[in-house]
Design a protein around this ligand. Structure first.
Ligand SMILES: Nc1ccn([C@@H]2O[C@H](COP(=O)(O)OP(=O)(O)OP(=O)(O)O)[C@@H](O)[C@H]2O)c(=O)n1
Ligand SMILES: C[C@](O)(CO)[C@H](O)COP(=O)(O)O
Length: 230
């Protein structure tokens, strides 16, 4: 059984505008339990002993990051993100060591725990192609037509919510993400770029409270989840 990677970095795509949140500032800078959403996310990654560097991808017009206390952390480096999330991740990969492994984690997921990071890192010995945190679907799943009328019940066996972090060798993710985007593939997470290349990652069951703050009512949920971690 191979060892877990010696060199691990994190990339945090944080260049979005949070349009679905409908706030007056990018959602990653909204207040959450005396911090910002991004501040919580960065604190979790910067404090993990196995993560040697955290690369955050920012909007070219970001006016907020420099004010964060985390901005001066010695393990933190900032790059300019891109038009889509995948472009921002690729911007981070440009400064990553090819021999490292990378944990890509959404800025908008502030409830991540070290225990889940440990589980994902440990999975690399069994899954050298890479793996993602995921949560099993609990509800009956429906597909509808454009009018909102049910057209099918989707089998939920082996059906998962893809979460982040998503954990891959830098060289493999960088090549496959570059090629997938160049081919015009729709890439909404790192795993889909690997799948596009025929490399099928594994899932590692993670906490269901590792939510992505997307809509306004997610903020109170994230607050409650973070308080439950203390
Ligand atoms: N061009 C982009 C778009 C998104 N992201 C980041 O990708 C993560 C997940 O994306 P999402 O939740 O969709 O964030 P937004 O794109 O900001 O939200 P929305 O789609 O509602 O505008 C977020 O941390 C976001 O900042 C990014 O780095 N670069
Ligand atoms: C990466 C991700 O969080 C996995 O569920 C999700 O794909 C991000 O999608 P978004 O549309 O950029 O929020």
């Amino acid at each position: 059984m191979s060892q877990t990677p010696q060199q691990i970095i994190a990339i945090v795509p944080a260049a979005g505008i949070g349009s679905r949140m409908g706030a007056t500032l990018p959602k990653q800078y909204l207040a959450l339990n005396e911090q910002t959403i991004l501040g919580h996310t960065l604190d979790c990654l910067l404090s993990h002993p196995s993560i040697e560097k955290v690369v955050v991808a920012l909007s070219p017009v970001d006016d907020y990051f420099a004010e964060l206390p985390q901005a001066v952390h010695p393990k933190l480096e900032a790059v300019i993100g891109g038009k889509e999330r995948a472009d921002s991740v690729l911007a981070g990969l440009q400064i990553a060591d090819a021999g490292a492994w990378v944990l890509v984690h959404d800025a908008a997921r502030p409830c991540l725990t070290h225990a889940d990071i440990d589980k994902l890192i440990a999975s690399s010995s069994a899954f050298p192609q890479g793996a993602i945190l995921a949560a099993p679907v609990r509800d009956t799943m429906k597909r509808t037509n454009a009018e909102g009328v049910i057209t099918a019940t989707v089998c939920r066996e082996q059906l998962w919510h893809a979460l982040t972090p998503q954990f891959f060798p830098v060289h493999s993710l960088k090549k496959n993400l570059t090629d997938a985007l160049a081919a015009g593939a729709l890439i909404t997470d790192e795993a889909s770029a690997m799948e596009w290349a025929g490399i099928m990652p594994a899932v590692v069951s993670g906490r269901a409270d590792n939510i992505k703050v997307t809509h306004p009512d997610d903020l109170q949920l994230a607050s409650l989840f973070l308080k439950s971690h203390i």
